[in-house]
Design a protein around this ligand. Structure first.
Ligand code: UDX
Ligand code: UDX
Ligand code: ADP
Length: 492
C-alpha cells in the first residue's frame, strides 16, 4: 500500500508511449497520466480527432480518458516534475554515422532525456526504460542521472520493455503474455519494481508479471524480437526450397507447427519481415556480440537479416523475370505499402524495397494502401532510391485498388490487407493487359480462383501451376496461360 502511484508521466508520444499510456489511464482511473513530446505537431495530433497512430480500439480509449486522467502536452519539464513514475519511450533508431553505423542503436534521444530529468527533477523518481535499447543502457541512464542530479534526488532506473505489436497494440496491452520488469538487485531496486508492478497489477494477473535483474530484462527484449524474426527467416528460407521442389511452404509450416515444441505461430512465409523493430533489434544484438568479441554469435543473428534481404530481393527479381525480363515503362500495381496489415506504418516495409527495385528497372508504379498516406509513400521511396524526380515521374499513389490495378501488367501483393481477398478480380482482370500477373507476396489470395479467371499467379513457397494441375477444372479455364508459360521455372 505504501507503493501507491498517483502520477505517471511518459516522455515520447510515439507508437509505444501513446497507446501504452492510454491503456494505463483506462485501467487506472485514479492515476493521472501525462504523455509529453518535444514535437508539437505530434502532441497536436494526440489532442485532435485524428490520432497520429492508427490502432484498433485506441480512438475509443483516448476519447474516454483524454482530459479526464490522460493528458498530452509539450511541457516536458512539468511532466518530469509532477510524475513519480516516468516512462522513457523515445525513438532509438539505428545509428547512421560513426562507430557502429548501421548496427548500433542511436541513444542520443535517450541520453538527452536522462540529462533533462536529472536537470529538472525535484524529489525521488522511478525512471522506466520502455524504448528498446542495448543491454546496459539502464546503467548509462542511472550514471547520467547520478552524475547530474541536484541535491538529494534519488533515482531508480527500471527496464520494462514493451512487447506490443502494431495493429494489435491495444489487445496486447490489455492482455499481455507477460510484463517484464528488470531492476537493481537491492532493497531500493526491489521497492521500485514493486511500485511499478502495482500499476500493472490493476489489470494483469500477478503471475504474468516477471521480475529479474536489469541486464536480463534488457537482453530479453532483444532476444524475443530476434527469435520471432528468426522463425520468419527460417520459414522464408524453406519457402525457397519449396519453390524449387514443388513442396508447399504452407503445408510444411502446418506440419512443423503441430509439434508442440515448435508451435504454429510466426511461421507465415512472406515477402520478408518489416517494421521498426525486428531488423533494428537484431542489428543491435549483432553489434553487442561484436563488441563482446563473439563474432560467431554475431554472424548467427546477422544471417536472419541476410535471409530477409534475400527474400525481398528474390521476390522483386521474380517479378521482373516473369514479365519477360523487362518492366521498363510497364505499369505495376503495388497492393499494400504498410509493413503488415492493420497499420499505416511503413518503416522497413518490404513494399519499399520491392518498389525501389522495380523503379530501378524503369517500371511505373501505382501504389494502393488503405492506411498509408500518399506523401508517406513518396517520402519512403525518395529516401530509399535517392532519386526524387524518378519517384515523381514514375509513381502514382491511388486511393482506390481498382484504379491502381487498371492498365497494370501485374498486381504485387505486399501487405496482407483483408480487403485484397474480396476484390472483384474478374473486373480487375478485364482492365489489365495480357498476360495479367498476380505476385502474391503474402499468400492470401485464392490462387485457384485467380488462375481460373485467367491470371498468371506467382506466390511465395509454392508453385501455383502444380496446384492447378491437380485441379483439372482450373486448367481448362486457364485462358491465356499456355502450358509451361507460367510455372515458376519459366520465370527463373
Ligand atoms: C529428436 C527429435 O526431438 C525427434 O522429434 C525426432 O524424431 C528425432 O530427433 P532425439 O534426438 O531423440 O529426438 O532427442 P531430443 O530430445 O530432441 O534432443 C536432441 C538433443 O538436443 C539432445 O542432445 C538434447 O540434450 C538437446 N537439447 C534439447 C538441448 O540441448 N536443449 C533443449 O532445449 C532440447
Ligand atoms: C514486433 C513484435 O511482434 C513485438 O512483440 C515487438 O514489441 C515489436 O516488434 P511488429 O513489428 O509490430 O511487432 O509486428 P509483427 O506482427 O511482429 O510483424 C513483423 C513483421 O513480420 C511484419 O512485416 C509481418 O508481416 C512479418 N511476419 C510476421 C511474417 O512475415 N510472417 C509471420 O509469420 C509473422
Ligand atoms: P516508438 O516506436 O519507439 O514509440 P516513435 O518514433 O514513434 O518511437 O516515438 C518517439 C517519440 O519520442 C517521437 O515523437 C519524438 O518526438 C519523441 N522524443 C524524442 N526525443 C525526445 C525528447 N528529448 N523529449 C521529448 N520527446 C522526445
Amino acid at each position: 500500500a505504501d507503493a501507491m502511484v498517483t502520477r505517471v508521466g511518459c516522455i515520447g508520444a510515439g507508437y509505444v508511449g501513446g497507446p501504452t499510456c492510454a491503456v494505463i489511464a483506462l485501467k487506472c482511473p485514479d492515476i493521472r497520466v501525462t504523455v509529453c513530446d518535444m514535437n508539437p505537431t505530434r502532441i497536436g495530433q494526440w489532442n485532435s480527432d485524428k490520432l497520429p497512430v492508427f490502432e484498433p480500439g485506441l480512438d475509443e480509449i483516448v476519447q474516454k480518458c483524454r482530459g479526464v486522467n490522460l493528458f498530452f502536452t509539450t511541457d516536458v519539464v512539468a511532466t518530469i516534475q509532477e510524475s513519480e513514475v516516468l516512462f522513457i519511450s523515445v525513438n532509438t533508431p539505428t545509428k547512421t554515422y560513426g562507430h557502429g553505423k548501421g548496427r548500433a542503436a542511436n541513444l542520443k534521444y535517450v541520453e538527452s532525456v536522462a540529462r533533462e530529468i536529472a536537470k529538472v527533477a525535484r524529489g525521488n523518481k522511478i525512471v522506466v526504460e520502455k524504448s528498446t535499447v542495448p543491454v546496459k543502457s539502464a546503467q548509462s541512464i542511472a550514471d547520467i542521472l547520478k552524475a547530474n542530479r541536484n541535491s538529494q534526488n534519488k533515482f531508480q532506473v527500471l527496464s520494462n520493455p514493451e512487447f506490443l505489436a502494431e495493429g494489435t497494440a491495444i489487445e496486447d496491452l490489455l492482455n499481455p503474455d507477460r510484463i517484464l520488469i528488470g531492476g537493481e538487485d537491492s532493497p531500493d531496486g526491489w521497492k521500485a519494481i514493486e511500485t511499478l508492478s502495482s500499476v500493472y497489477k490493476r489489470w494483469i494477473p500477478a503471475d504474468r508479471i516477471i521480475t529479474m535483474n536489469t541486464w536480463s530484462s534488457e537482453l530479453s527484449k532483444l532476444v524475443a524480437n530476434a527469435f520471432l524474426a528468426q522463425r520468419i527467416s527460417a520459414i522464408n528460407a524453406v519457402s525457397a526450397v519449396c519453390e524449387a521442389t514443388g513442396a508447399d511452404v504452407g503445408q510444411v509450416a502446418l506440419a512443423v507447427g503441430k509439434d508442440s515444441r515448435i508451435g504454429p505461430r510466426f511461421l507465415q512465409a512472406s515477402v520478408g519481415f518489416g517494421g521498426s523493430c525486428f531488423q533494428k533489434d537484431i542489428l543491435n544484438l549483432v553489434y553487442i556480440c561484436e563488441s563482446l568479441n563473439l563474432p560467431e554469435v554475431a554472424e548467427f543473428w546477422l544471417n536472419v537479416v541476410s535471409i530477409n534481404d534475400y527474400q525481398k530481393q528474390r521476390f522483386a527479381k521474380r517479378i521482373v523475370n516473369c514479365l519477360f525480363n523487362t518492366v521498363s515503362g510497364k505499369r505495376i500495381a503495388i497492393m499494400g505499402f504498410a509493413f503488415k496489415k492493420n497499420t499505416g506504418d511503413t518503416r522497413e516495409s518490404a513494399a519499399i524495397y520491392v518498389s525501389a527495385h522495380l523503379l530501378e528497372e524503369g517500371a511505373r508504379l501505382a501504389v494502393y494502401d488503405p492506411k498509408v498516406e500518399a506523401d508517406q509513400v513518396t517520402r519512403d521511396l525518395n529516401n530509399v532510391t535517392g532519386t526524387p524526380d524518378v519517384v515523381r515521374d514514375q509513381v502514382e499513389v491511388c486511393s482506390d485498388p481498382y484504379e491502381a490495378a487498371r492498365g497494370a501488367h501485374a498486381l504485387v501483393i505486399c501487405t496482407e490487407w483483408d480487403v485484397f481477398q474480396t476484390l472483384d478480380y474478374a473486373r480487375i482482370f478485364a482492365g489489365m493487359p495480357k498476360p495479367a500477373y498476380v505476385f502474391d507476396g503474402r499468400k492470401i489470395l485464392d490462387h485457384e480462383k485467380l488462375t481460373k479467371i485467367g491470371f498468371e499467379v506467382e506466390t511465395i513457397g509454392k508453385r501455383v501451376r502444380n496446384v492447378s494441375q491437380s485441379h483439372p477444372a482450373a486448367i481448362t479455364n486457364g485462358a491465356g496461360s499456355g502450358d509451361g508459360a507460367a510455372g515458376l521455372n519459366s520465370c527463373e
